[in-house]
Design a protein around this ligand. Structure first.
Ligand code: HEC
Length: 112
């Protein structure tokens, strides 16, 4: 696709949509950079539950709980293996929690 056309397409996306796309892409990358995939796959259980599995169990109202689990670690909720506290900022943990809740929408839309 010619560059000009790409620019026009990007420009015509509403601000809100652009934000959504940005958050989605960046958070997944952030999760990768913070080493979460070492124990969490999107779909398969590794040491920890898959991110889709987590998204099925929780919703927006559990935001504080999830942020706390990421920051302080978690145990006995999914099995015998505990998750150690993660080296992410509170803001990052909030973004990641939001990203996890959004995965549920992808599941219900049948994308995954
Ligand atoms: C060393 C392995 C390991 C790493 C690295 C890891 N996790 Fe976990 N995670 C686990 C395990 C094991 C559990 C299940 C803990 C339990 O049973 O409560 C878990 C559970 C979770 C849960 C569910 C918590 C709850 O309250 O139910 C979330 C959310 C989560 N991890 C997010 C992350 C994020 C985000 C990262 C990266 C910043 C990360 N994890 C890195 C092993 C890990």
């Amino acid at each position: 696709m010619p560059l000009l056309l790409i620019l026009v397409v990007i420009f015509t996306l509403s601000c809100e949509e652009r934000e959504k796309v940005k958050v989605k892409v960046d958070v997944k990358e952030l999760v990768g950079r913070r080493g979460c995939p070492f124990c969490h796959d999107m779909k398969r259980k590794l040491l920890g539950p898959s991110f889709y599995e987590i998204s099925k169990r929780y919703s927006e109202k559990d935001r504080d709980k999830i942020v706390e689990s990421i920051l302080k670690g978690s145990k006995n909720k999914w099995g015998d293996v505990p998750m150690p506290p993660q080296k992410v900022s509170k803001e990052e943990a909030e973004l990641i929690a939001e990203w996890i809740f959004n995965l549920k929408r992808e599941l219900s839309e049948g994308k995954k």
